[in-house]
Design a binder for this molecule. Structure first.
Ligand SMILES: Cc1ncc(COP(=O)(O)O)c(C=O)c1O
Length: 423
């Protein structure tokens, strides 16, 4: 199906045929959901050994009684686990509670209220702003929105954010105080930043205001679906450029063990960690060290964590393959949409023809298939071209995903034809 070369008669014929198919599907009263990137029950079960693993042995190897208060940095063994995931020294890692998003929230709050490493707090600026590669992760944007920090869109490319644009913006506006990055298997495009992009991100500290921080959210650091994709090390690049204070890194085991009760990590330069801890020490006496110990006992070696991730990949890979098969078969020869083929992470990002995404989401919802709201992958929920839809294949069983994708492709076709007819 090619819309641009179709005659009006052809479009009308397609509309009639697709509408009839759509009406038939609506009669099935489906109730399917491919919205959020949650692990499936099968994936969660891979880590059920956590339960009871300590068997009354609450002491860590260094003698810490994990049941008690204290240890703002987290257990040494847990910091080592975070260090392996992020490929940084354990001395530069804090192991926290269950959510990296919480750590990111506290890091933004630290910059906003107190400033990092002796720099001016962002709240003292007239209009502090973050750069947001788009499409991106809605919960990153929500943190800034809640604090009144402005959001500036930067387009994603196949190798990472458009760095010409990033550098231009950072140079032009000294009130740009941060940038969100999901450098590996980006949410939602699946893109991994290439070497040049990582190097240029590391150099931003040379042109930005001194309080500027890159929020390097490496949520999918070890979430390869097949062959391992390597991401250049941002700490090494920033050490070489003398910009180590400009980067904060994050990760967690949310999509490794149990999503709601994993361990989260932040890694940063000593000066930044001191700023973070100053803020955190008023808020908590320490993280859940019992849970941290459980995780370290489950993965005493990094190689065991990697083996564990292969089991996740075995469950996820067929789901991604199914989504891509539907898209290839329906749109491979068409001008109805574009998508990347991710090698890991949790999402497939689909771009419709301009102005169709909201209509697709509405048609799918009316047919009983819930999709992420159109626009959710952009700051303020506004996709300027109304094109992007994030597909999350992980949660539903394969049969349900198959049905949901059949409905999805039909809705894309119908919305595209109707849009062309209305033009
Ligand atoms: C890019 C990204 N960062 C962070 C998170 C949430 O991480 P956590 O569960 O550690 O808070 C997600 C979850 O989907 C994500 O996609």
């Amino acid at each position: 199906m090619r819309i641009d070369s179709a005659t009006r008669d052809q479009l009308q014929a397609w509309e009639k045929e697709l509408s009839a198919q759509y009406q038939r599907i609506c009669q099935h009263e489906l109730n399917l959901d491919i919205t959020r990137g949650k692990p499936s029950a099968d994936q969660l079960s891979l880590s059920d050994k956590l339960d009871g693993l300590l068997n009354g042995e609450y002491r860590a190897d260094d003698g810490t009684d994990t049941r008690n208060y204290g240890g703002l940095d987290g257990l040494v063994c847990s910091r080592e686990l975070g260090a392996d995931i992020l490929q940084v020294p354990a001395s530069e890692v804090i192991a926290g509670g269950n959510s990296s998003l919480t750590l990111m929230y506290h890091a933004v709050l630290t910059g906003y209220l107190f400033g990092f490493a002796g720099n001016k707090p962002w709240r003292e600026m007239q209009a502090p702003k973050f750069l947001c590669p788009v499409p991106g992760y809605d919960r990153h944007f929500a943190i800034c929105e809640q604090l009144g920090i402005g959001l500036v869109n930067v387009p994603m490319t196949a190798t990472g954010p458009d760095m010409d644009e990033v550098e231009r913006l950072v140079q032009a506006d000294q009130e740009i105080v941060g940038m969100w990055c999901v450098p590996k298997f980006s949410n939602p495009t699946g893109v991994t930043y290439d070497e040049e992009t990582v190097e240029r991100v590391a150099r931003l500290g040379k042109i930005a205001n001194p309080g500027f921080r890159v929020f390097w959210d490496n949520a999918y650091a070890i979430h390869d679906l097949g062959q391992q994709v390597s991401l250049p090390n941002i700490r090494t690049a920033s050490l070489e450029n003398d910009t180590v204070d400009c980067v904060l890194q994050f990760a967690s085991t949310s999509k490794v063990t149990h999503a709601g009760s994993g361990v989260a990590f932040v890694s940063a330069s000593p000066a930044n960690l001191a700023s973070l801890k100053q803020q955190m020490q008023a808020m908590t006496i320490g993280p859940d060290k019992v849970n941290q110990l459980r995780h370290s006992r489950l993965f005493p070696e990094f190689s065991m964590l990697k083996e564990h991730m292969k089991k996740h990949a075995e469950i996820l890979q067929p789901k991604f393959a199914l989504v891509l098969k539907h898209l290839d078969e329906a749109f491979g020869e068409s001008d109805l949409g574009q998508w990347e083929k991710p090698k890991g992470g949790y999402f497939v990002s689909f771009d419709t023809r301009p102005g169709c995404a909201q209509a697709v989401v509405k048609l799918a919802a009316d047919a009983g298939v819930k999709l992420t709201p159109a626009g959710a992958t952009f700051p303020y929920g506004k996709d300027p071209e109304d094109r992007n839809i994030r597909i999350a294949p992980s949660f539903p069983p394969l049969e349900e995903l198959d049905t949901a994708m059949s409905v999805f492709v039909l809705c894309v076709k119908l919305a595209s034809v109707r849009k062309a007819l209305a033009a």
